[in-house]
Every structure is written in C-alpha cells, then in structure tokens.
Design a binder for this molecule. Structure first.
Ligand SMILES: Cc1cc2nc3c(=O)[nH]c(=O)nc-3n(C[C@H](O)[C@H](O)[C@H](O)COP(=O)(O)O)c2cc1C
Length: 542
C-alpha cells in the first residue's frame, strides 16, 4: 500500500539527515510498520521513501548523503525500561509496576506470588484480616518467594491503634522489607518505628534503608509529612523505649519517612476522586521542593495510582514523570484475587460510570467515603442511608419504628438487638475497648451496629453469598470500566482468562508500544490516526 498521504513533519531536517541502507531493511506498508512497532527490542528510523512515502528502516546509517530523508529515530523500548531504575533496584523488581493492596486478602498470596515471580511488586491485602491470617500469609509468601519482591499493607487504624502497632511488630519480626502504608492522615510512632529500625550506615557514609515505605496519599499535608524526616520528638521517644538506637534516630533525620510516595487519584476504595493529571504534577512539585530542601542522598520517588488500567493510562503516567505505576481495580477482577467468581463476573460487566462514593466502614463516624461498584448492588445507597441516620439521630432508640423495621428487614435481615449482641461478641475478642466506650455512648453504639453491616457487606461479596447480592460492597474505581472497554473482543474480555501477570504484561507492553506509535505520529503526519490502539494478543510467552 502506498502511503502518499503521509509525510514527514520535520521538513527542515530532510536536507540535513538522510538514511542510507538496504531496501530490505525498509518496512513500507501499514502492516509491516505495525509489526516493526511491536518489535520493541529494535530501533527504527522514520524515513520518506521515494515510492512509498513514510516508512520505517532498521539498521543502516544516517548521513548527510543518505538515500532518503529521515525525520528521527523510534528507539527500542522494552517495558522493563519504563519508570525509575532506582525503584526497580530498591524493590528488586523488573518493572516499575506495583499491584496495590486489596483488603481482606483480596490481593491474596496467589496474586502476590504470581506477580512476584515475573518481577512485579505486589502488596498483600492485610487490612481487615486478623493478625494470625496476616502471619500465615507472611509465612507462605516467604516460602514461595526467596528472592522475589513483595510488600505488605499497613493501613492506618485510628479507631484501633493497637492493631497498627501489632502489625508493625509482626512485620519487623519477619523482616518484611516493604510496606505499603495507606490511609494515614498523620504520622504515627508505629510507622516511624518501622522505618527507623531498618536504618544503618556503611563505611562510605551511605545510609542503608532496609525497610522501605511506599506511602499512598492524595493530600498535600500528608504527602509533606511523609516526605520529610520523622519528627525528632517521636524518634527520641522510640530511643527512650529502647525500640531504636541513637544512631538510627540520627539517620532517620536524614531520610524521608517514605522513600516512595504513591499519588492516589480517582481510585477504588478510599479516594478523594482527584484527577491524576492535576494531582500528580502537584505532588511532584512538592517533592522537588522537599528534596532540594533536605538534599537526601536518594531522590524521593513519586508513583501514580487511580484509573490506571489501560496502556494509554500507563503511558500517560510515565510521560508525566511517574517513577512507577500502581494498579488496583483491574487486579480484583483477575483469577488470582481473593474475591468470589460472582464479584469477578460483575466487575467484567462494569462500565466506567458504574461506580459510586459511599460511606467507608473503617472511618464511618468521620464521614470518610470509599468508591464502590454500583452496578448489580444496592450497597452504595444503603450505606449512605445508614450514614444519614447516624447523622440525624443520637441513638438507635431515637430511630422511628418504621425506619428501624425497614433497615432490620431489608439491610440487616435481623433485629438490631441481635446485631448488637454479635458486635459485642466480636469486639470482646478483638478490642474490648470499643464496647466499653459504646456502653456509655449511644451514638458510638449506633455506629458500631451500622458498621456491622458495612463490615459484613464486603465479606458477603468476597464469599459470593448469593442471597446477599444486593448488599455486596465491592471497592472499585472507573479504571474497571476503562479496562473492560479496552479488552473487549480480546482474550482478556472473559473473566476466566484474566491473570494478573497477563494484565500487567499487556499494560506495560502496551504503554511501550503506544510510546513508539505516538513518536511516529510526531515525526510524520497522520500515521497513528487509524491505528491508535495496542492490540492484545494472547501470548504464551507471558
Ligand atoms: C478491592 C480493593 C480493595 C482495596 N483495599 C485496599 C487496602 O486495603 N489498602 C490500600 O492501601 N489500598 C487498597 N485498595 C486500593 C488499591 O491498592 C489501589 O491503590 C487502587 O485500587 C488503585 O486505583 P484503581 O482502583 O483506580 O486502579 C483497594 C482496591 C481495591 C480494588
């Protein structure tokens, strides 16, 4: 096919740069050009062939006396080359790619193992699990993965501070090297303890950080706290308690609390729904300022999360200077995730608008919201109704009888006295303080009763309880709909083919492909307009 409608954009270069080589090295028609673009290991020159118009040439030389005008080079670009090399080195990965934590073990041992074995970092979803289950996961992962990357989640638990402390102690006991810290609004001694306890210095004066924190944030004030060194008072207290040494306290003043800051835009679960294109540069500016103020030996890295589920989104994040990308929603829909087949099937149907913000179970009283799947479940509406009642009334007894009966029948499917009895039994084992506080505080008691529903709803979903389908709480962001649209017609459309490694592979490979396609579009005219997508091919090499 002759591409006469295409021409080089940089006409001025035509006279100075010309390509010389054999005609066999030239790809002239669209099919051949596309094949070249898919060959990510090879660089190509963009030339204007006298008979075929725009063409790609491999090998050869660029000289003032070459045969064809040349507008530039499309470099080889392996997916492994995207993002920060330091990230890959510090976390021992092949890719600047992380699968974020998904609570209740939804990012399961299987999910973390599968990704780790292919050189991707993944975080076990420890939030919401009893400590014994987290320990079990640590033991399994350490047996599965001797020298492969993995992380554990530390979720800030303002209402259960002892849980956060015990979690950190467990992670330190087992030598967990990377934590994904999330939902922090302030620094806690637990977080600082984990970071400082891993610090030492080598004979060259270089600070060695054994314990890495990848902190997920969406707000400036939290980002600043995590990018700065830990407060001296907190470090002094830790020294006094014998948890860290004087040397570690001194070293902690020279490193940021978190070496990696994940900017969480409009994502599943906890989110402020900020657009990534606004939030990422905003946080990068803050990083640059803090980095230059503190002159850390190592640059703070900034990664991107929220809405990353297509090669275009991955490429956009890297082009905006993200050091790494983080996915979430798409992994929940994969075979290795710890949720039910029913949820995975619903996720595969989701459109970009099938999500809603609704009150969060863990920070219910504070009015914090989470993003969930709206399609096929009434959960978002029901949780909002409970929050509205919590705002309106001071105790369960104040709720008018008709309203109470309605929620007992439709939401709880049991009377609220039985729910309270179950709640007491649950917290007696886990955290009796909660009950002590609620006994003299009817509003707190109401919150705990409502949180029974919010807490159970995600477990009904994970367990795939058919009779509770209208109450499923499924954390999900618009990324899911974008992924479904992109994979339509490919083997990844079907839930039974969605493996986390395939998803990661195509996202990263697709981003590298699209980079080269966009470059070709910049160096020529109109090439990419009809071929602007990355085609997913079921590759047995994955
Ligand atoms: C089902 C589910 C559960 C999640 N649970 C957690 C969690 O416990 N801790 C956490 O830090 N992030 C959690 N996230 C957020 C992800 O780690 C990730 O940051 C986010 O999903 C990325 O945005 P995306 O959903 O738009 O891809 C969860 C996400 C999903 C989909």
């Amino acid at each position: 096919m002759i591409n006469n409608s295409l021409c080089l954009k940089t006409n001025s270069i035509e006279t100075s740069l010309r390509w010389k080589g054999s005609d066999e090295q030239i790809a002239t028609n669209r099919m051949q050009i596309e094949r070249c673009l898919h060959d990510l290991n090879t660089s190509f020159h963009v030339i204007k062939h006298r008979d075929y118009g725009i063409a790609l040439a491999s090998g050869g030389e660029v000289l003032p006396t070459g045969d064809y005008p040349c507008s530039g080079l499309i470099p080889a670009l392996k997916p492994e080359w995207l993002g920060s090399d330091e990230f890959k080195k510090d976390h021992n990965t092949n890719y600047a790619y992380q699968a974020g934590a998904m609570a209740n073990g939804i990012s399961s041992v299987d999910l973390v193992t599968a990704l780790a074995r292919k050189g991707y970092l993944a975080c076990f979803g420890a939030a919401g699990l009893p400590l014994a289950r987290v320990e079990e996961a640590i033991v399994k992962l350490q047996a599965n993965l001797t020298n492969a990357p993995y992380a554990f989640n530390l979720i800030h638990s303002p209402s259960e501070p002892q849980l956060e402390r015990e979690c950190v102690e467990l992670y330190l006991k087992y030598g967990i090297k990377t934590l994904e810290a999330s939902a922090f609004m302030n620094l806690t001694p637990n977080l600082v303890y984990y970071r400082a306890a891993g610090l030492s210095q080598n004979s060259d004066g270089q600070i060695i950080a054994k314990n890495h924190i990848i902190a997920k944030i969406s707000r400036r004030e939290v980002a600043e706290l995590l990018m700065k060194p830990a407060p001296e008072k907190m470090l002094r207290d830790l020294v006094m308690q014998g948890k860290i040494t004087e040397e570690q306290a001194a070293l902690a003043c020279k490193v940021p609390v978190a070496g990696d800051i994940t900017v969480e835009a409009d994502s599943a679960g906890h989110t402020d729904n900020r657009p990534l294109v606004c939030l990422l540069p905003f946080i990068q500016e803050i990083r640059d300022r803090i980095q230059s103020e503190y002159q850390y030996q190592k640059n703070i890295r900034v990664g991107a999360a929220g809405g990353i589920s297509t090669p275009n989104a991955v490429l956009a994040a890297f082009m905006m200077g993200a050091d790494y990308v983080v996915t979430g929603s798409v992994n929940q829909a994969c075979l290795e995730s710890g949720t039910s087949e029913t949820v995975k099937a619903s996720l595969a149907q989701a459109d970009i608008a099938d999500v809603a913000m609704t009150p969060a179970g863990d920070m219910f009283e504070m009015g914090v919201k989470v993003q969930v799947l709206k399609r096929g479940t009434l959960y978002a509406m029901r949780a909002q109704k409970l929050y509205d009642m919590y705002r309106e009334y001071n105790s369960i007894d104040e709720i008018p009888a008709v309203e109470r009966q309605k929620i007992e029948k439709e939401f709880f499917q049991k009377d609220l006295d039985s729910v309270w009895n179950e709640t007491v039994a649950y917290f007696e084992k886990r955290d009796p303080n909660q009950i002590n506080r609620a006994i003299n505080n009817p509003k707190k008691k109401m919150a705990l009763i409502f949180k029974w529903y919010l807490g159970k709803s995600s477990r009904w979903a994970s367990a795939g309880m058919q009779e509770r389908k209208p109450d499923y709480q499924v954390w999900c962001g618009p990324a899911m709909g974008a992924f479904n649209e992109w994979t339509r017609g490919s083997y990844l459309e079907k839930p039974e083919n969605r493996h986390v490694v395939d998803v990661a592979y195509h996202l990263m490979r697709g981003a590298a492909y699209l980079f080269r396609l966009r470059l070709l579009n910049m160096l020529s005219v109109n090439y990419a307009t009809h071929h602007g997508t990355y085609k997913i091919i079921n590759s047995i090499t994955i």
